[in-house]
Write a protein that binds this ligand. Structure first.
Ligand SMILES: Nc1ncnc2c1ncn2[C@@H]1O[C@H](COP(=O)(O)OP(=O)(O)OP(=O)(O)O)[C@@H](O)[C@H]1O
Length: 314
């Protein structure tokens, strides 16, 4: 059963079309990974869904209810973890949770119980009385998540919850997501980390330039480009001219550079392995060559023409 139904959503910022007729359904119990290059419209989509920003046209239903006319009711059942950490720096971890729990109508014993449970769940019990300014980046992110969880939402939306944190905190957060889902929470989250999506998501949606350009399970998406192969060519001197020549080969869809390794996404059977080798030979020594089936990262690259890690490499 779909708990979210978005149809034909259009959102403009001035003349810029941030969401261009987006359709998206989210099924109960899913972990939906939302991927897209910078500026694709992921945050705008999430904010429109959570009722943080309005939209110009289209229809959103959440839990079977029309969103605009049932906003407060819907918000009570949603948890939103924003990209920026939105905790109060002059309140302790516990006081932050008291505040956010109070907003959602929790009080007395129930509030206290939920605060204790939530702090334990994100591993911050021992730090309950400390100010977030004394926390590491990862602990702050965990508190940020706790504030969105204290009211036990049925549907949790997370905007890049693991960006810029140490691997241990990241694993902790991923485990938190997994456990919440096992307990029945539906989760939508955006990330720039392909491994996270591969490990966690039950379905993936890829956005680019305000459009949903792919939607399916990982095997389904990989299957879409099954008729393609990835040729990896490690060369001594990967010049721009060499890359340009490779791009011009018939059947080649993408050429990208990773250190000294050139990745070529090409149609299977186009004979481009031999052609690429013979071109590369003219540009110097070839260190290694291989051909393999595409991965989800390649699906992303083929569909958007961009690498997912642009942001980290900036
Ligand atoms: N408040 C705003 N005013 C004007 N333009 C905006 C505003 N918010 C977003 N945009 C523009 O809308 C487009 C989509 O932005 P959005 O933040 O939704 O993308 P994103 O996919 O979340 O990107 P990122 O991965 O960098 O967070 C971008 O071109 C952005 O510059």
């Amino acid at each position: 059963m779909a708990i979210v139904h978005m149809k034909n959503i259009v959102k403009r910022y001035g003349s810029h079309l941030a969401l261009d007729h987006v359709d998206l359904d989210i099924g109960e119990g899913e972990i939906l990974g939302l991927l897209g290059p910078n500026g694709a419209g992921k945050t705008t989509l999430i904010h429109a869904l959570a009722g943080i920003v309005g939209f110009d046209s289209g229809e959103i239903n959440v839990f079977g209810k029309e969103q605009q006319t049932n906003l407060m009711d819907i918000k009570r059942q949603i948890g939103l973890v924003t990209q920026e950490i939105t905790v109060f720096t002059d309140l302790s971890a516990q006081e932050n949770l008291e505040f956010f729990g109070g907003i959602y109508g929790l009080k007395g014993e129930k509030l206290k119980e939920r605060i204790d449970e939530t702090l334990a769940f994100v591993g911050l019990t021992e730090h309950a009385n400390k100010l977030p300014t004394k926390f590491s980046g990862g602990m702050q992110r965990r508190l940020n998540i706790a504030c969105a969880l204290v009211h036990q939402p049925k549907f949790l939306i997370m905007d890049e919850p693991t960006v810029g944190i140490d691997p241990q905190s990241r694993n902790h957060i991923l485990e938190t997501i997994r456990q919440l889902n096992e307990q029945g929470t539906t989760i939508l989250y955006t990330t720039h980390y392909m491994e996270e999506v591969q490990n966690l998501a039950t379905r993936v949606v890829i956005m680019d330039k305000g459009h949903v350009i792919a939607d399916g399970t990982i095997p389904e998406l990989v299957h879409k480009i099954q008729h393609e192969e990835k040729i990896k060519l490690e060369v001594e001197e990967p010049s721009d001219m060499l890359l340009e020549k490779l791009r011009k080969l018939e059947g080649v869809k993408q050429v990208s550079l990773h250190g000294k390794e050139i990745h070529i996404i090409s149609q299977v059977g186009a004979g481009n392995l031999d052609r690429a080798l013979s071109i590369a030979k003219d540009f110097g020594e070839i260190r290694s060559v291989s051909a393999e089936k595409p991965t989800l990262e390649d699906v992303f690259l083929t569909l958007t023409g961009k690498r997912l890690r642009d942001r980290e490499e900036e």
